[in-house]
Design a protein around this ligand. Structure first.
Ligand code: UD1
Length: 423
């Protein structure tokens, strides 16, 4: 089995470049189904999730290839198959996001249900609601969603949302499907995440007419066709945040560039509250925790511009060594504290009460053999290992490879002692 071995105690120093955003590129690649001809995507992170989505697009008849480092070419000469295989949807939940674009472009879409995952139930009711609002006939048989439309989807007004707030995935689905619908589509309570803004910038460059993105009301004037374009994907704010937390927990000084600092929303100010120095300049952000004592703070995850749920595991890990008690409330996913059991094995003092983790800072974490059970848990366990006394061996690297590009090289360039080993 392959493990990540991290030897803690070394303050991280230096600068890394953020990779392209995983969540952004996945949404954009799904939207390429709508665009005729050739699309070239730049700043694409080389991740297993991206390769899985390339396989799915190939299944539908598109041609995908890496043509240079971080550059993907996708040729869309027409969709030849509107059914995605279960094996691929099981590999990556986000593959469900082809539902809307496939339906809008080919009139039909059959996608197996992704099922639950370790961070919560993750239903798709709002995706289906959006497709129905646009006139599709949606049924569920044999564990798959089947959506069909005779002719073109028809623009409509819709309200999307769940008890957790706005939904990113369903907002993306409605935007992509609405882009080729006849007439006007209005999405109320749209999610405002920067990755949605990136998707819309791509679609508008391809010929779509979408306005209001970044606010909670998005208006789409449907067009008849979209044309492939060259587009560079935004930097990954979740990856960036993980490296910043790693810099802080080791009491180092880390700069992340190729990232729009405002997309990090609440993270910089929370790190400032904890006692760190923060500098933001152009497309870079520096956090300085050298010789600083870390104060506790309270965190509530929320849809953007709230604190990102995907950064909660790294942030909570940081708080395990703050000087006092912190409260972390998770409002977006209902089971996102599983990784704290592994932190407890490393000496952290964490109690879970419903949707809140009560984190009592300890003097130091201790290395242990731990298991990553999802992508962001993997990032958090690296953050923990970098600060722990002794060695931490992390299992579950298949999750890490889904969302972090070259993590060993990047952490090493900051001075970390980290390597992949067989055990
Ligand atoms: C996306 C991101 C994920 C991030 C999440 C929230 C991708 C590939 N993934 O996931 O990394 O953590 O946004 O920022 O971009 N829900 C429903 N019904 C639905 C849809 C969602 O109840 O039809 C619930 C979900 O279970 C969850 C909450 O709403 O509890 C938010 O989900 P959503 O924003 O849709 O997340 P994803 O698009 O799945």
């Amino acid at each position: 089995m392959e493990l990540l071995r991290v030897k803690g105690g070394q303050p991280l120093h230096g600068e890394i470049q953020a990779s392209g955003s995983k969540n952004s590129v996945l949404a954009i690649m799904c939207a390429v189904l709508l665009c005729d001809g050739e699309t070239i995507l730049e700043n694409v992170p080389e991740l297993s999730d991206v390769n899985t989505l390339m396989q799915i697009l190939e299944e539908t008849g598109l041609k995908c290839e890496w043509i240079a480092k971080n550059t993907v070419r996708i040729q869309n000469d027409g969709i030849t198959n509107s059914e995605v295989s279960e094996e691929l949807v099981r590999k990556m939940r986000a593959s469900f996001s082809v539902l809307g674009p496939l339906l809008a472009k080919s009139g039909k879409s059959v996608i197996p249900l992704p099922g639950g995952c370790v961070i919560g139930a993750r239903p798709v009711d709002q995706h289906l609601k959006a497709m129905r609002a646009l006139g599709a006939h949606v049924t569920m048989t044999d564990g798959a969603v089947s959506a069909e439309i005779n002719g073109r989807l028809k623009g409509a007004a819709m309200f999307l949302g769940t008890r957790y707030g706005a939904t990113v995935g369903a907002t993306n689905a409605a935007i992509s499907a609405g882009a080729l619908a006849s007439g006007t589509t209005i999405i109320y309570n749209a999610a405002r995440e920067p990755e949605i803004v990136d998707l819309v910038m791509f679609l508008n460059k391809a010929g779509a007419r979408i306005r209001g993105v970044g606010t909670d009301i998005i208006t789409i004037e449907g067009v008849e066709s979209l044309k492939g374009v060259r587009y560079s994907v935004m930097g990954d704010r979740i990856e960036s945040g993980t490296y910043l937390c790693a810099g802080v927990i080791t009491r180092g000084k880390v700069t992340v560039s190729n990232i729009a600092p405002q997309t990090l929303a609440g993270l910089p100010s929370l790190l400032f509250d904890m006692g760190c120095g923060i500098t933001m300049e152009g497309d870079s952000i520096t956090v300085d925790a050298s010789n600083r004592e870390l104060r506790p703070t309270n965190v509530i995850t929320f849809a953007y511009p709230g604190f990102a749920t995907d950064l909660q595991p790294a942030m909570l890990t940081l708080l395990t060594v703050a000087n006092g008690i912190s409260y972390v409330k998770e409002t977006v996913f209902d089971a996102r504290f599983g990784f704290t059991q592994e932190l407890t094995r490393m000496g952290a003092d964490i109690k879970i009460s419903g949707d809140t983790a009560i984190v009592n800072g300890v003097d130091a974490l201790t290395g242990a053999r731990v298991v990553a059970s999802d992508l962001r848990a993997a990032g958090a366990l690296i953050v923990a290992g970098l600060a722990a006394k002794g060695s931490t061996n992390i299992e579950g690297l298949q999750y890490l490879d889904r969302g972090y590009e070259n993590p060993v090289e990047k952490f090493k360039s900051l001075g970390a002692h980290i390597e992949r080993v067989q055990s």
